[in-house]
Design a binder for this molecule. Sequence first.
Ligand code: PLP
Length: 499
Amino acid sequence: MQYQSTRNKSIAITSAQAIKQGLSVEGGLFVPDSIPKVSIEEIAGLKNMNYRERAEFILSRYLTDFTAEELKYCVENAYTKEKFETDNIAPVYKLDDKAYFLELWHGPTCAFKDMALQILPYLLTTSMKKTDENDEVVILVATSGDTGKAALEGFRDVSGTRIVVFYPDNGVSEIQKLQMITQEGDNVSVCAIKGNFDDAQSGVKKIFSDGAYKELLAANRFKLSSANSINWGRLVPQIVYYFSAYADMLKADEITLGEKINVVVPTGNFGNILASYYAYQMGLPVNKFICASNKNNVLTDFIKTGKYNKNRDFHTTISPSMDILISSNLERFLYHLSDRDDKLVAEMMNKLNTEGEYEVSKEIFDRMTELFAAGCTDDEATLAAIKKCSEENGYVMDTHTAVAKSVYDNYAAETGDTTKTIIASTASPFKFNQSVLIALGGTAAVAGKDEFTLLTELSERSGMKIPQSLASLKTKPKLYTSVCEKSEMIEVVNDFLQI
Ligand SMILES: *Cc1c(COP(=O)(O)O)cnc(C)c1O
């Protein structure tokens, strides 16, 4: 299998090259030149495999230039019981006779980004070796919270890699900050910058586009890379858990082989829901995809009208990982929906860049709406969904998952669709403890309490155990307390690399 770019389909490179490169030179994203098929018998066969075996099976269909040993090495280092606090890695929780939560937050940072960022470092270092690249990889990340920590945990102590994370000094939650400044590992560095997320992001972009700096790094045997969600190496691991969930439901006799299910995903960058669409293209029986957004509802409007328009107000919500106006993985979806029309995709992306909007043809719109539904919800309804689900089902959701549940409830009420439905549960409620406690007990439940009191309080109210990785933050030494000017980011990297 070869990989082509969404903006130039004459490009043909291996998956290792695509993962190493991240983004194509003309700005497009890498996609496989055909979608591998999985037969219904093979899906049935997944029932008797554990998560690691399922991952090897699915990944081998896309990373065809990786040997079986290489894939095994990547998967077995990423999805361990030790890191995920469960051997099930991505368990399915039955809520009622229709709805099931696919829990993607049992990894070390308590959010679904771990599903991809635990394996990406191994895919990346293996790709480097396979393409005769012997320099050490230096990962630079600008984060608004979740991605930085997940990348740090993924890359820590992975040989042949170093990672530097920049976060806005006053732009992340207390728990997120604690998670980052107590980070362990000999190859990591974390620095706060005086500025907001955009400042951190532009600073990192500036370093990436500095040709002279690239040469200096190369002379010192370093090569810059990023861990962002447009890399194929982050998307492909996400396809696995949709098959895994289906296999678990089959195994528990919740569905019969071949029965179609719905998939609901709380969406930001369109990566997670796109992975489920790839699973469908491969042969997973899916009836409808339901794309859930918060008040930043650019995708809801797009799916309902065919017009993408980012020229609108940006809202800060209680589901911050979905506060996005440009969903970069949508580009891959448009490429597939248009039967791989690279010229058209390049045109639409160019329009998005210059005018902030584009519209798809009637044909693409019809294809999309045949499979995709969408809905959005505001903070108030999100909090109400958490309270209702806790009272009626005894299950406590985080704010992102609650957006999905709320949108799903509206969808089911409007359509009468009773198809069995998987709702992607993307974060542990403990990670967003403040909002979850407000949902359950009102603002009085949180007033004047520190983070660790909130964790204990949430544990008491939900009957759930505090994840070890959050509980242990209380006693971990604070290793990274420096704050730099946004103009000093390159010096921070140089200090760390000792060049
Ligand atoms: C990143 C994230 C999302 C959004 O996922 P996309 O793949 O960007 O659509 C949803 N929930 C949580 C908790 C996240 O961290």
